[in-house]
Design a protein around this ligand. Structure first.
Ligand SMILES: [Zn+2]
Length: 300
């Protein structure tokens, strides 16, 4: 990806080196009063933990209730690799903003795009969706419109899961999470939560819900493909970028994850889709370049 010298998003919050257990506390709701209030969340740890996790539950505090205190900057010493990750992901987030600011108002939904935040953290973080640690992987919290990412996920993705090395593996991940933001702006996240509540009430089986979850996640992959197309058309992609994204999409497929962690595949428990599906929907988004083919729920 060509990113040197290009615009960086101003919506990146660097929280690295801060610990919410110690002096660098990130207060929620003022003075760090009540974690009690934010326990109504469902942290969906996908694919057996430590994977591309998403918080997709919207039953959280409204964004206004979250006030991150501006404590003194931590003394985090970044590596050269992390510096580079911060650089190109900040540019990628700017591209994501440009993509959706252009597409959403022109789409049949005629929605203005509200830019999400991206918080880069190390270890643990408090969010409007509750506390999380980096073991859950990158996620988007609808309650505060923020993508949360620990940069160490790059090594997890490439070294542990075996995705092809390269910047675009991570751009795919961030564009997928930003896809959940688009889904939230367009009301899809809220619809999924309604179904989740049916599972809680016992009027929908978990297995049936999982099929909707897969459709929801594949839609985020499609939306990531739309962003990649936008970047491609402006000449920002380099040789190998798309295959890095496709490789990343493959290693986080439910079948790949289940084989890796449990040695067998159980389609009833899928919640993100197979490697082939994830690649397919990313590709469809890339080919369409808009929301025309984004209905992954068709036929459910
Ligand atoms: Zn997701």
């Amino acid at each position: 990806m060509k990113w040197q010298g290009r615009r960086k998003s101003t919506n990146v919050n660097d929280q690295r080196g801060r610990s919410f257990g110690g002096g660098g506390r990130i207060a929620l709701g003022g003075g760090g009063l009540g974690l009690v209030g934010i326990v109504i969340y469902l942290l969906i740890t996908l694919m057996g933990g430590g994977n591309l996790g998403d918080v997709v539950d919207g039953a959280v505090l409204p964004p206004s209730s979250q006030q991150q205190s501006s404590q003194q900057q931590g003394t985090y010493q970044e590596t050269q690799q992390e510096k580079e990750l911060m650089g190109f992901l900040s540019v990628a987030l700017a591209d994501i903003e440009d993509t959706w600011s252009e597409i959403l108002p022109k789409s049949e939904y005629q929605t203005a795009y509200k830019e999400p935040q991206m918080t880069i953290y190390t270890g643990q973080i408090n969010t409007a969706c509750g506390a999380a640690d980096s073991g859950v992987g990158p996620f988007y919290c609808p309650g505060d419109h923020t993508i949360y990412l620990d940069l160490s996920f790059y090594n997890t993705l490439t070294k542990k899961y075996g995705a092809k090395e390269g910047d675009f593996a991570m751009v795919y991940v961030v564009a997928h999470e930003a896809g959940h933001h688009v889904q939230t702006l367009l009301g899809v996240t809220q619809q999924l939560n309604t179904l989740r509540q049916r599972v809680a009430r016992g009027t929908m089986s978990q297995t049936e819900f999982n099929r909707y979850s897969v459709a929801f996640e594949l839609q985020a992959d499609y939306l990531a493909g739309v962003v990649a197309r936008y970047m491609y058309e402006r000449g920002y992609l380099e040789q190998g970028d798309l295959s890095e994204a496709m490789s990343a999409a493959a290693v986080v497929g439910d079948d790949a994850i289940q084989k890796r962690y449990q040695g067998y595949v159980d389609p009833d428990t899928f919640n993100h889709g197979t490697s082939a599906q994830r690649q397919e929907w990313f590709k469809r988004g890339f080919e369409a370049g808009d929301l025309s083919g984004w209905d992954t729920f068709k036929g459910l």
